[in-house]
Design a protein. Structure first.
Length: 477
């Protein structure tokens, strides 16, 4: 029905729906939950389906195909998706032709169980199977359920040009590695996203150049573990040892990749996420210091300040080694902002372990933080071998102590900025006011200031006059 309507309107020369790609008539509603990698993957999916006649729509009710990119990281994330499926179910009752698909980590984790447990779902596709979407969608359109959750050794989608979704036209994600080999005992990601593999550096530079040519000013290089990036011609990171001598000699690691991208595009701002302490080399820090266009901000999750806990989590570094890395960051890049991820109440965590987390936070004084209560995930080593023995009340209390301390530290960093002039890249309207712009400093701090004649995507110097623990407030310098 919908496609007929569009064609009719087109005949009269007044299309009511913008056709992104010539001839596309079907409508895709796609939404993403969880990490930035999911947002980036959804852009790859939108690109693959645009070749199959689908343009994206912001309107769920209009869609022929609804896809939700899912997250399994904590139980609550999965519950959110299940609730969302209920909403789809209500819309599908009105429009029974609408097809519903689940992508990403929950698809990979639950596989056929998803089709059994959630009757509304027609299609289940894991993170490495998006190239199969054209076939799978055809099956679904023919009235069958379809599933592909095969994980891959090579897939990086390096040749797919993403369709930018919800873009502000200023900042964009570029995925550089997929999967994770770290096997932290609490984490479901290695099971849902498979083994680590890296993308051809040339295709990364080409994507960055293309974004720059289209007016983008900032890119974020993405991976579960970007510092582990290693290109030696393709294939799994764990098979690097078996590569030829030439492949080994010409291999590109993360420090080199950063240097290549920052040199090729000297005006674009470069961010990256996520770094893992044991894989972050001093070379990366020196490369960051060398290039003005690499943002002075590192997201460096630690999860716990207790070496005993870090060992149980299989984090492969001690508290002291982490502190040494922090010392090096501060020495090599003195103005670098650092943020953390913390887990409160992992298996066997004592009050003493918790105090060590708080004291590590005091030592580092993180600029930002992302903090969670431990949530047991089926299939992980922790779920199989360790008891989830910290009572919920205790987890919550420890978490709130961690959050409170982080807020104090965030405020400390923000207050330090008052009186200083900082360079801000304007991303768009302030969330709270149409007469204010919102942008970020190189350290990733959010800055809000009154609008003048400048535009989204401009770099402006702002004098900071006030702050909260999350936002700097200022005026044009
Ligand atoms: N390296 C990844 C980590 C993904 S998970 C990245 O790109 O960020 C993000 C964060 O979720 C982790 O750093 C950890 O703090 C938290 N997390 C992971 N598994 C968890 C679990 N089972 N319970 C609570 N928090 C968890
Ligand atoms: Fe998860 Fe640890 Fe990798 S947190 S994504 S297994 S680095």
């Amino acid at each position: 029905m919908l496609s007929e309507k569009i064609i009719d309107e087109n005949k009269q020369g007044q299309a009511i729906v913008t056709l992104d790609k010539k001839g596309n008539t079907k409508k895709l509603f796609i939404e993403s939950y969880g990490c930035q990698m999911n947002m980036s993957d959804s852009e790859i999916v939108a690109s693959i389906l645009s070749e199959e006649g689908f343009d994206t729509t912001q309107n769920l009710e209009d869609a022929d195909l609804v896809l939700v990119n899912t997250c399994s990281i904590r139980e609550k994330a999965e519950q959110t998706i299940r609730k969302r499926l209920q909403k789809y179910n209500r819309v599908k009752r009105i429009n029974p032709e609408m097809k519903i698909g689940v992508l990403g980590c929950m698809a990979e984790r639950l596989k056929t169980k998803f089709l059994e447990e959630e009757k509304v779902v027609d299609l289940v596709v894991g993170p490495d199977a998006y190239r199969d979407l054209p076939n799978l969608v055809k099956e679904v359109e023919a009235g069958k359920d379809a599933i592909n959750v095969i994980l891959s050794k090579e897939e990086t989608y390096g040749d797919v040009t993403p369709v930018r979704l919800n873009t502000n036209g200023v900042s964009a994600f570029i995925s550089i590695t997929r999967g994770c080999d770290n096997m932290c005992t609490f984490c479901v990601v290695p099971f849902t996203r498979g083994r680590e593999r890296s993308r051809d550096p040339q295709s990364i530079v080409e994507e960055a150049q293309d974004l720059w040519d289209k007016g983008y000013k900032e890119i974020t290089l993405l991976g579960q573990n970007v510092d582990s990036y290693l290109w030696y011609g393709g294939g799994l990171k764990k098979d690097f040892d078996k590569a030829s001598d030439i492949a080994k000699a010409t291999a590109v690691d993360f420090a080199k990749l950063l240097d290549i991208v920052a040199t090729a595009l000297p005006k674009i701002r470069i961010r990256f996420a996520t770094s893992n302490p044991q894989d972050m080399s001093l070379d990366v820090l020196h490369t960051m210091a060398k290039h003005d266009n690499i943002c002075k901000y590192i997201h460096l999750p630690v999860q716990s300040g207790s070496t005993r806990m870090l060992e149980k989590m299989n984090r492969q570094h001690t508290r002291e080694e982490y502190m040494e890395l922090i010392d090096n960051v501060k020495k090599i890049i003195p103005n670098c902002a650092i943020s953390q991820d913390m887990i409160a109440g992992f298996c066997g965590e004592t009050e003493e372990d918790h105090q060590e987390t708080l004291s590590l936070m005091e030592y580092v004084k993180y600029d930002f933080g992302f903090m969670f209560a431990y949530s047991e995930r089926p299939g992980t080593l922790a779920a199989k071998k360790m008891e989830d023995d910290v009572p919920l009340e205790v987890k919550k209390r420890r978490l709130s102590e961690i959050i409170n301390l982080q807020q104090q530290h965030s405020l400390f960093h923000m207050e330090k900025m008052i009186g200083q002039t900082v360079e801000v890249l304007i991303e768009g309207n302030s969330k709270k006011s149409d007469v204010h712009w919102m942008g970020r400093t190189t350290q990733n701090a959010v800055v809000v200031f009154p609008k003048g004649s400048e535009h989204v995507g401009d770099f402006v110097n702002i004098k900071i006059e006030d702050c909260t623990s999350a936002t700097l407030l200022g005026t044009k310098a």
